[in-house]
Design a protein around this ligand. Sequence first.
Ligand code: HEM
Ligand code: 2NW
Length: 290
Amino acid sequence: TLHIARPEKGKTLADFQNIYNSIAEKMKSESAYDDGTGYGPVLVRLSWHSSATYDKNDNSGGSYGGTFRFKKEASDVLSKGLENATKFLDPIHSEYPWLSHGDLYTLGGVTALQELGGPKTPWRPGRVDTGPETVPAHGRLPIPEGNASYVRNYYDRFGFNDQEVVALLGAHILGKTHLKNSGYDGPWDDDTNIFSNEFFGNLLERKWTLEKNAASNMQYNAKGGIMMLPTDYALVQDPKYLKYVKKYADDQDAFFSDFRDIYVKLLERGISFDDSIEPLVFKTLKEQLK
Ligand code: HEM
Ligand SMILES: Nc1c(Br)cnc2ccccc12
């Protein structure tokens, strides 16, 4: 499968900054969502799930075709909860019907990441919607029960190495598990809507206890209302992953730049962008205050 980027005709940075601002303003006005967590984390998760179907073996899946808009893809039980994110973005698409869904879902994640204090993340337009026949079969999303070799093997399908996998999973500092979505529990009383390297400090410094939760799934719990999935905890069980967990726990700047790089790589995986397409870097709302 070939995915050639074709940027929307005659659109400039200012046009895309307008969309960024519409999403960011809507995040601000609907900040009560999910007990005050806001829409940021679930928008980041949507950008990940819309890219997570990628397979390097035939260059299929990935963010290009915007196929998450089809129920056939969005109905994957492992994507439960993401209907909140697509419902949030529907009015944005109505306001800017010229924007492809692939560009919308990835721009939504970049906007959320920056508005939650994450790194400035270059973004390129040009994903082109493809039809329902291009929706990849279910089974390409990761399961939370996996161990380190499961995680390593899973991301091998993207061609991501150990350093990239650890950096990418640092996104789990954002948001929460919801028992009704994934069968993984909270309770959450930490700030889950500020991007930082604390996911790694939590892994190394907290005392983790493996417990069966209310849905009979095993999860790692710590005092002070945070948890880890088995796939999260795998990062400290595996010595090769552990090396990067320590690096990122000690060095927030290194985490921010490595996360930015692998997040861009994820959102663009499988797409051929012409070098003439300048990556766009958006201003946050705060940076635009008159
Ligand atoms: C081994 C790979 C991964 C697994 C098994 C996994 C699994 C999960 C699960 C079970 C949830 C809870 C969903 C819910 O109950 O609402 C979740 C939430 C989340 N995931 Fe992941 N994830 C993985 C990788 C990623 C990546 C690569 C990113 C982003 C780069 C990401 C971003 C998020 C975010 C931001 C949330 C919070 C969503 C919310 O608060 O509504 N995840 N993930
Ligand atoms: N905030 C999280 C932490 Br802290 C650890 N793991 C997660 C997995 C999914 C969603 C959120 C989290």
